[in-house]
Design a protein around this ligand. Structure first.
Ligand code: TYD
Length: 210
């Protein structure tokens, strides 16, 4: 398939949104058409699923949570990502398969190998060409995320994972770092740096894809 598929991963508050805006400008300046999308919630069905999944007041058991993320992914890949790649677009996806392994696997304790098989099924075998992991100490990330949620009034509506203890986020960070050693598509960036330095690191990597 033509096009370029990049996913962005990391714990809460690692600075994905800021980086993504800079990446969009970078690709557009190079004459590329960009689709910015996210999980959960990238498709029409996904938007409905997102409001259920991330609502901290909705009681959902871990298996149901997993299958909601996978349902979101299956629809998203089929209805949005694959068509955009076929049109040679650059697809920037805020979270993808690796969030399931990090959050439901390393975070919730589900079997990582099984999750990787389910991911493959849900994504129809599609994997990103490049996955950027913004690596950050969760103490810093959570403080940033809480400040943002407060400013945007998101405390309850989308707070399911922010509400988890620090230890949960430490497991997720460790999960992303373990994953990064498994495949060549990963690129880990030190997200403690300021936004400009993070983007400069990412740019060096992106050059090889243009
Ligand atoms: P979101 O508000 O998009 O978080 P962020 O701004 O940090 O990207 O919420 C997505 C949340 O869902 C985030 O906490 C990670 C979690 N998640 C999973 O647990 N499993 C998954 O497969 C995906 C895609 C996300």
């Amino acid at each position: 398939m033509a096009g370029l598929f990049i996913s962005l991963e990391g714990i809460e508050g690692a600075g994905k949104s800021t980086l993504i805006q800079k990446m969009i400008a970078y690709f557009e300046a190079a004459g590329k058409e960009v689709l910015l999308t996210r999980e959960p919630g990238g498709s029409e069905l996904g938007q409905k699923l997102r409001s259920i999944i991330l609502n901290a007041e909705e009681k959902i058991c871990p298996a149901a949570e997993l299958f909601l993320f996978l349902a979101d992914r299956a629809e998203h890949v089929e209805s949005c990502i694959k068509p955009a790649l076929a049109q040679e677009k650059v697809v920037l996806c805020d979270r993808f398969i690796d969030s399931t392994v990090a959050y439901q696997g390393y975070g919730r304790g589900m079997d990582v190998k099984q999750l990787q098989m389910l991911n493959e099924r849900a994504a129809g075998g599609l994997k990103p060409d490049l996955t950027i992991i913004l690596d950050l100490d969760p103490e810093i990330g959570l403080a940033r995320a809480n400040a943002r949620n407060k400013a945007e009034n998101l405390t309850i509506r989308e707070g399911r994972f922010e509400a988890e203890a620090l230890e949960f986020h430490q497991k997720i960070r460790a999960g992303f770092l373990a994953l990064s050693k498994e495949e060549k598509r990963f690129f880990v960036v030190d997200a403690k740096q300021n936004a400009e330095a993070v983007f400069a690191d990412v740019c060096k990597k992106l050059q090889s894809f243009l």
